[in-house]
Design a protein around this ligand. Structure first.
Ligand code: AMP
Length: 508
């Protein structure tokens, strides 16, 4: 529930701000932006938005490199009662065409280099175009410089939309997840408490801000706590290690942790000032968790969420953080594991579909009412599409996306079980197990393995090591070797890419 009269996320963030001089953001080039600066600049930008015709409920589509000005643009859009719609900076004009024509924003903000191409697309839906570059300069910021900082935050209700984030869409069309003011505010406030954030915290922020992780989890949580963040444009392991001496929290995807572990400078001393390391958006290998604990003395806190739901489940701050588990449902969130066919709630350790319910769950997919209906149960639970189980201590474990389940000879094969066995073999860095069309079995279990440099591993050696450890129907029919697994920008292994690469493996 709103703590102030206006349920607008901006009001809930800043109406109670008492110390405007407090540091909010530090940039790599040494700029210090206070909470007062954030509020004032958001007022200036909100005035530009309104002058450009942006009305409450309008979408503002933004494809801009990470910068403080970009983050303030997000706050300004929300403050103006409009709907913030960030777009991955990697999207090409061809891809942007789909998002812009689907979302029909009234304003598009982009890098000057893309402005010409985007004007043609924006014209199709009658949107205007403003520019903002990686250094925070462009027509938008020029307009803001000349504007007043006074702006009356537009009143919004709990269920009014604050943002639409398109899902990464590895199969089918990308869908716009509609997130309300209360979805975002309630989840961030829960996380502040659950992760014990205070105004003493300093977060190392090296995630992109077009995704839920960097935009909402990292930024909203920090701002609600009146903590500070050090804004880095991207993952830079050595820089992060240097900053740890004056920071307290790092939030990252698993790749952050594997990359940091490669540095000899990652030591107990280097991490001594840090309070908390948080990982999410993709599975953190239990082995990485253990290696991190051994090297730094810190147990990584893994949590589970998604664009549609914000954060659902988290390991505790106090209490055991179990390697390979994502923890307990957050306060106010209900989570269960059910039989995907019947919806029956399963017993401990049985694998099924994870379903969640709570104030954090989105309002549906933009202009896809049928798709939305099909993803919710009658009792309001959202069907996440992730398979998992709850262990006897109540910890949730994610087994993988339902779409990645392999069905071989009529048997369900859960890739994670086989990947864990393969990863434990000497000389293996990591692996991905996929199902590939097979004339006899429907799908053939197929392992794609990244060997350590110099390791003398071959297919026969892997199969020998697995023999006796896995039931016959789970044994890979083929083992293939690659230098790296294909990953998206959030560090998720793109199994659809692997399935496509090897689709003819058993037919040719
Ligand atoms: P996104 O919407 O891009 O944040 O992706 C959400 C998906 O990432 C979830 O549905 C899961 O499949 C995956 N995911 C997020 N956190 C974890 C985690 N801690 N372990 C395993 N998978 C995760």
């Amino acid at each position: 529930m709103s703590t102030t009269a206006n349920a607008n996320l901006f009001s809930r963030l800043f109406d109670t701000l008492d110390d405007t001089t407090r540091l909010a953001i530090e940039t790599p080039d040494g700029k210090h932006i206070s909470y007062g600066d954030l509020v004032a600049r958001s007022g200036q930008i909100a005035n530009v938005l309104v002058r450009r015709g942006v009305k409450p409920g309008d979408r503002v589509a933004v494809q801009v490199e990470k910068s403080v000005e970009n983050l303030i643009l997000y706050l300004a859009v929300v403050r103006a009662g409009a709907v913030y719609l960030p777009l991955n900076t990697a999207y090409t004009l061809n891809e942007l065409d789909y998002f812009i024509t689907d979302a029909e924003p009234s304003l598009v903000v982009c890098d000057p280099a893309k402005a010409e191409g985007l004007r043609t697309i924006a014209a199709k839906v009658g949107a205007r175009v403003e520019t903002l570059d990686a250094s925070g300069k462009g027509s938008l910021s020029e307009g803001a410089d000349a504007s007043s900082a006074d702006f009356a935050t537009v009143p919004r209700g709990n269920d009014d939309l604050a943002a639409i984030l398109y899902t990464s869409g590895t199969t089918g069309r990308s869908k716009g997840a509609m997130l309300s003011h209360d979805n975002l505010a309630s989840n961030s406030q829960t996380l502040v408490d659950f992760w014990r954030f205070t105004d003493k915290d300093v977060l190392i922020h090296a995630l992109p801000i077009y995704h839920t992780h960097g935009l909402f989890v990292a930024s909203n949580v920090t701002l609600f706590a009146r903590a500070a963040m050090i804004f880095l444009p991207k993952l830079d392991p050595e820089r992060i290690i240097q900053l740890m001496s004056r920071a307290t929290v790092l939030m990252g995807v698993p790749t952050f942790y594997t990359r940091l572990l490669q540095s000899p400078n990652l030591t107990k001393d280097a991490t001594g000032h840090m309070r908390l390391f948080i990982s999410g958006s993709a599975p953190l290998l239990a082995e990485t968790h253990r290696e991190w604990s051994a090297r730094t003395g810190h147990a990584v806190l893994e949590r589970y969420g998604m664009t549609e739901t914000n954060m659902n489940i988290s390991n505790p701050c106090d209490g055991e953080r179990v390697p390979g588990a994502v923890g307990f449902p957050l306060p106010g969130v209900s989570a269960r594991v059910v039989d995907p066919e019947t919806g029956k709630v399963l017993e401990a350790d049985e694998i099924g579909m994870i379903e969640v319910k709570g104030p954090n769950i989105f309002k549906g997919y933009w202009r896809m009412p049928e798709k939305t209906r099909s993803e919710f149960r009658d009792d309001g639970f959202f069907i996440t599409g992730d398979l998992g189980k709850v262990d006897t201590k109540g910890y949730f474990h994610i087994v993988g996306r339902g779409k990645d389940l392999v069905i071989s000879g009529g048997f369900n094969v859960y890739p994670k079980e086989i990947e864990s066995e393969i990863d434990a073999i000497d000389g293996v860095v990591e692996s991905a197990v996929i199902g590939v069309p097979h004339a006899d079995f429907g799908e053939g279990v197929t392992a794609v393995v990244v060997p350590q440099k110099g390791a003398t591993l071959d297919e026969a050696a892997i199969l020998r090591a697995l023999d006796g450890r896995l039931a016959k129907f789970k044994m890979p029919k083929r083992v293939l070797f690659v230098d790296d697994l294909p990953r998206n920008t959030m560090g998720k292994v793109q199994k659809n890419v692997l399935r496509d690469s090897y689709k003819d493996l058993y037919t040719t």
